[in-house]
Structure formats: structure tokens, C-alpha cells
Ligand binder design. Sequence first.
Ligand SMILES: N[C@@H](CCC[C@H](N)C(=O)O)C(=O)O
Length: 279
Amino acid sequence: MKRRFTKMHGCGNDYVYFDCMEQKFPEPEKNAVWISDRHRGVGGDGIILICPSEVADAKMRIFNIDGSEGRMCGNGIRCVGKFLYDKGIVHKTELAVETLSGVKRLSLQVEDGAVTSVTVDMGPAELVPEKIPVHLPGERAVGAPLEVDGETYAVTCVSMGNPHCVVFCGDPDAVELEKLGPRFEYHPAFPERVNTEFVSVEDSHTLHMRVWERGSGETMACGTGACASVVAAVLNGHCPKDKDVTVRLRGGDLSIRYTDRTVWMTGEAKIAFEGEIEL
Ligand SMILES: N[C@@H](CCC[C@H](N)C(=O)O)C(=O)O
């Protein structure tokens, strides 16, 4: 069976998108693995299915490179907004997208009839350890000691609909991510594995971040990870609340604002190419 796809990215965090509004997608957990393969498939950090929803304009399902299903994807949801508008599936610039972590509201910025950037109301940051989930003592894991591979790291754990562990460090580019990333991802403190961000503070409104994503490894950007990093930066006294913070990622910049009610994320959404594959 032939299936059309659209390869899209936000700050280089790339997924293969499928329009499933009228046609179901078979075995996404299995097909995500080979489609994401950069040598034998289309190549990407995973696949995203755009499905019908009873409570929103569409429903997003995201599958990582290893086939595991994520509950939320910040860069992905901006691209879903662009897909829905640019393809004429929706005709409005304020829309709602259902995810496994609830309905998110999107505001699309449009130039010459196409979406250039998207602002997302990501919802509140969850800090209660059992809800993240993380096995660490206390009411919140903020700068909490965690031993990984014989070293003690000060970690701040946040859920943005998916679990994140933020580590502040001197230079994220000097971190041995290929070695350390999996040690955090599979650490017994994280019963559902974890996305890990290594972050340096450039100034009170600029962070530099590298990420190791659960199920996909190092990616060029992570939207939920950028949100978690800003929340962690506020909680650790590095950045102010209610102000825009720029997160510099390998693939580009995201603008994040942490407020008492929610976390706002603004960034680009781009189409790389389209094609057809045999499933
Ligand atoms: N790249 C994403 C997050 C994708 C899911 C994540 N790997 C998970 O399993 O939680 C983003 O931009 O947020």
C-alpha cells in the first residue's frame, strides 16, 4: 500500500508526517522504526500521525525512532498546526490539537498564505515527582542530587506532558551525550525513562541546551525539553518568571515563557519535502 508523507521539522527536530484524517495508519510502532531510519527509510527523529479528533481540530500521535509512543511533542505540534493550515484542512489561525497529554491551543503566524511560526499554550509544568514520574524524595526534585555512572548531578525534574530531567552545566557542547544520555534515560529513578537536557545559562534570558531524547537519542531540538529547561531555570533562580527566554538549540532558537498558569512556546515550523512510500 502506497502512503504519501510530508517531512517537516521545527529547529531541525524532524519527523515524517502522515495525514490520517481519512485513512488509518497500520502498525505505527513497527513502521516508525524503519521509516525513521536515515539510511533505509525516509529518515527522521520519528513519525507523527495527524488523526481525527472528537474534541479538537485534530489529534497528534508521535512515535519515537524506537517505536515507543510519546505523550507530547513541542516541535511536532507546531508542524501539525502548519500542516493543517497549509493543506487547507483548517481555515483558521487559532486551533486546538489533541495529544495524549491533553488538548493544546495553537496560534499560527501566517505570511503569504503559509504558516511561518506557531505559538503553543503548552499547559502547566508538572513538578510533583510521582506525576512526572521520578523516584526522588521530596515535594519537588529541584537541584536534587542524582548519582549517574558514579557522578552526582544536581537534577531538576519536570513533566511537560512527558518526563524531563534538566541538568545545568558549564558547556553543553562538552558533554559526552552519546555515553551519558542513555545512562539517564534508563536510570532506575525514571520508571518511564526520561528526556534529558544539558543546559548552560548564558544570561537571565538566554539558555543553551542540548538534549538526549527518550526513544530517539540526540536530536537537534526538543520543544518540550526547551520548556522544561526554562521552568527549571526559573525554579533554580537563573531566569525570571513571566518573561520570554530564548533557548538556543543545535537546530535553532525557541522562545519560551513560564507563567503561573502555563508555559508558552513560540518557534518555526517548516516543510522539507514530500513523497510516497510503500508500507
Ligand atoms: N522532540 C519532542 C519530544 C518527543 C517525544 C519524546 N522523545 C518522549 O518520548 O517523551 C519535542 O519537541 O517535544
